[in-house]
Design a protein around this ligand. Structure first.
Ligand SMILES: O=P(O)(O)OC[C@H]1O[C@H](O[C@H]2O[C@H](CO)[C@@H](O)[C@H](O)[C@H]2O)[C@H](O)[C@@H](O)[C@@H]1O
Length: 287
């Protein structure tokens, strides 16, 4: 297992590399901006973190990329100045630019956000919506007798939580999920933090969402763009991998224990994430 240098200790290196470049920030939600809690409905973002994210977004384009539904993560974060991608990047609301090619992307439509501003709405798994709803209902029914199991509808994917399930019943949860999934070859199963996640088999993930958003922001092909992605979970590895393979920007893993990762740096927990965001603002103000 590997340990990655602290992004806080590497701040000087990161900001030296950021000089003259356009930083774009990508933030995961659960475990990154909000601490992991037993009840997913109670994963509130501390107000000091909200202030830190609001401040950082004044200086750098900032997007949240979460496994949650886009509406749910917006409800938790509540900042209109950010861009949001839900369902592990399968539901993106991004900015519209004057001269852009992104609007020609299949599955991308013009829409308006909650403030009535024109946006690009990209939902590459749109056709899976009825299937996901059906699977959500079957899963709720299948796990209803397992104490503590909870099914969450994340619009284009479904989460089955077992954090509150007695360890002896974890195999029963997995069995229920596999039993439903066997009838849906176009859906696949991934694992998160005490959660089984069901999602469409499409070539799309958080890494692709980062590229889409960089394109929407007009910086995907700029040599002077510096994407920074901060996340704590397996699905964030897709984004770290894209940054690593393209040798651009920084993936920062949030973890208090050494883990194998495609990230370059690490932060121990959401409070260190907040410190890092505040430091970026401080650096930008003094630059
Ligand atoms: O991509 P993310 O924003 O990190 O979302 C991934 C999953 O996060 C949530 O579950 C996790 O956080 C919960 C609240 O702290 C915790 O109870 C659960 O055990 C964790 O797995 C969310 O509820 C899931 O739907 C997301 O897929």
């Amino acid at each position: 297992m590997l340990k990655y240098p602290s992004a806080l200790n590497a701040l000087e290196q990161i900001t030296a590399c950021a000089k003259g470049k356009k930083i774009a920030l990508f933030l995961d939600y659960d475990g990154t901006l909000s601490p992991i809690v037993d009840n997913p409905e109670h994963a509130y973002m501390p107000s000091a973190m909200r202030t830190a994210v609001k401040n950082v977004a004044k200086y750098f384009p900032t997007a949240i990329i979460s496994g949650r539904s886009r509406d749910k993560v917006y409800e938790f974060v509540g900042l209109t100045e950010l861009h949001y991608a839900g369902s592990h990047g399968m539901d993106i609301m991004g900015p519209v630019r004057e001269s852009e090619s992104i609007g020609d992307h299949p599955n991308c439509i013009r829409s308006t956000d909650k403030q009535g501003k024109e946006v690009n709405l990209f939902q590459p798994a749109g056709e899976f919506l009825p299937m996901i709803d059906e699977v959500f209902r079957s899963l709720v029914e299948n796990v209803k007798d397992i104490r503590g199991a909870k099914v969450e509808n994340n619009k284009f994917c479904v989460s089955v939580h077992y954090r509150l399930v007695d360890e002896k019943s974890w195999p029963a949860v997995a069995h229920c999920v596999c039993d439903v999934l066997k009838d849906y070859p176009r859906l696949r199963l991934t694992r998160g933090r005490k959660v089984l996640e069901i999602r469409p088999v499409i070539d799309w993930d958080k890494g692709k969402a980062v590229e889409f958003l960089l394109e929407s922001l007009g910086v995907n092909h700029c040599n002077d763009a510096l994407p920074i992605y901060i996340g704590d979970d397996r699905t964030d590895e897709d984004a770290f991998k894209v940054l690593m393979e393209r040798n651009r920007g920084y993936g920062i893993l949030v973890s208090s224990v050494p883990k194998e990762s495609n990230a370059l740096y690490s932060l121990r927990d959401p409070s260190e994430v907040m410190e890092f965001l505040n430091s970026l603002v401080k650096w930008k103000k003094s630059a």
